[in-house]
Write a protein that binds this ligand. Structure first.
Ligand SMILES: *Cc1c(COP(=O)(O)O)cnc(C)c1O
Length: 399
């Protein structure tokens, strides 16, 4: 069938909440995607930081196929071995004490929110307690996670939201202190803001918020959905700081394309919820957990974190060369393989040109930032090729 026919059928059928690019993808291999016309694309978006191990990973496919033949789902009324394996591995790499598997990132954030509320309730705080979140954050689309997302554009049409959320300026400790009161029960933030434009938390900020939480017996909740799973050059981005959260969320790259997330907690946060407080039908089923478990094994076997540090440094150098060369590039930020280039102009036309003309998949974060979140298994030659196609697109569109 012709590409245009697929697109027309999709637009006819799907609820209209996305403006999609006119490409229909068919299959993937490594760091490349192929469309229904057989054209090859170099992917520096990884399905929005999901495909850490790239496309078509043989070991992962084999583990998933094996599980399909055995058992896909049983509900959480029973135990299953892939969930036990995946859970233990996740606790080991995170240093947390308890895990709950979810179906998505937004549900993992809902879990963090419920931990904060349950903790405040147990402490006997009045129900008007408050949670401090960050401006320009992104935590998901469900009502709780949306309430924590510091973006008026996303929030406004869906008000009223969860009450008691106050927004501080990211990396501005004074702004957190200014919002603090005896009602504050938790602080939530991304360790590296993703959607908001690739802003890593500073050492002083994260340490300062941790100290405030300790001083006032509040919980520090870190959203590692985008920056976690090796992407920052640490298994979880907070591990690059001298700070440990009370609870954290994971998703995106955890299942390498299989929808699975988790929230993890330790100490008092790990004990906050009790039987009956939370649950899920699909969450942690054997099929998704065999994927998460295998992904965690492969991260270790393939030494993904070390690879990210090496390739992250290489990507940094290549992007810096572009910053030197082109006046339309205003700033370069990030860590490991989560980097952002800020342009002086809107990047929409550039992203479209790169995709359609150069067959390079890039994704934006906000109107004038390009976010580089490639598969973690990229090689130097892929970075070179990306830089070449990006430069060609910059010259075609913005100069
Ligand atoms: C993507 C993302 C989410 C939401 O995850 P979904 O799986 O889309 O629900 C939450 N927080 C951060 C930081 C994210 O990047």
């Amino acid at each position: 069938m012709e590409k245009q026919q697929y697109i027309e059928r999709a637009e006819q059928a799907f609820y209209k909440v996305y403006n999609r690019f006119p490409v229909v993808f068919d299959r993937g291999e490594g760091v490349h995607l192929y469309d229904t016309d057989g054209q090859e694309y170099l992917d520096f978006g990884a399905g929005i930081a999901v495909m850490g191990l790239g496309y078509g990973c043989k070991e992962l496919k084999d583990a998933m196929k094996g599980q399909i033949d055995k058992l896909c789902h049983i509900s959480n009324l029973f135990y299953n071995t892939p969930a036990i394996e995946a859970g233990e591995k996740l606790l080991k790499v995170s240093g947390m004490e308890k895990v709950f598997f979810t179906n998505s990132g937004t549900e993992a954030v809902e879990g963090l929110l419920k931990i904060a509320k349950r903790y405040a309730y147990d402490k006997g705080m009045a129900p008007d307690y408050e949670i401090i979140a960050m401006k320009h954050s992104f935590h998901g689309r469900s009502m709780g996670a949306l309430s924590l997302t510091g973006n008026d554009h996303y929030q406004e049409p869906f008000a009223p939201l969860v009450p008691g959320i106050r927004f501080a300026d990211f990396n501005d400790l004074e702004s957190v202190k200014a919002l603090w009161s005896e009602k504050t029960c938790a602080v939530i933030m991304e360790t590296i803001q993703g959607e908001g434009g690739i802003y890593p938390a500073t050492e002083e900020f994260l340490a300062g918020v941790r100290a405030l939480c300790d001083e006032h017996d509040a919980l520090l909740l870190l959203d590692e959905i985008q920056c976690g799973m090796g992407r920052s050059g640490h298994m979880f981005a907070w591990q690059g700081y001298d700070v440990k959260p009370d609870a954290m969320s994971v998703a995106k790259a955890l299942g390498n394309g299989v929808p699975v997330g988790a929230f993890l907690a330790r100490g008092k946060a790990a004990a906050a919820m009790v039987p009956g407080d939370h649950g899920t039908t699909y969450g942690g089923n054997p099929f998704v957990c065999v994927a998460a478990s295998k992904v965690l094994d492969l991260f270790e076997e393939k030494r993904i974190v070390e690879h990210v540090r090496k390739l992250g440094a290489y990507l940094w150098k290549k992007l810096d060369e572009l910053v030197e060369k082109y006046d339309c590039l205003a700033a370069h930020r990030g860590k490991g393989l989560i980097q952002g280039l800020e342009f002086t102009v809107p990047v929409g036309p550039l992203v479209t040109h790169a995709l359609l003309e150069e067959k390079l998949i890039l994704i934006s974060a906000g109107s004038n930032i390009i976010r580089f979140v490639p598969p973690l298994v990229i090689e130097e030659k892929d970075v070179d090729e990306m830089a070449r196609r990006l430069a060609a697109s910059i010259e075609a569109v913005t100069i």
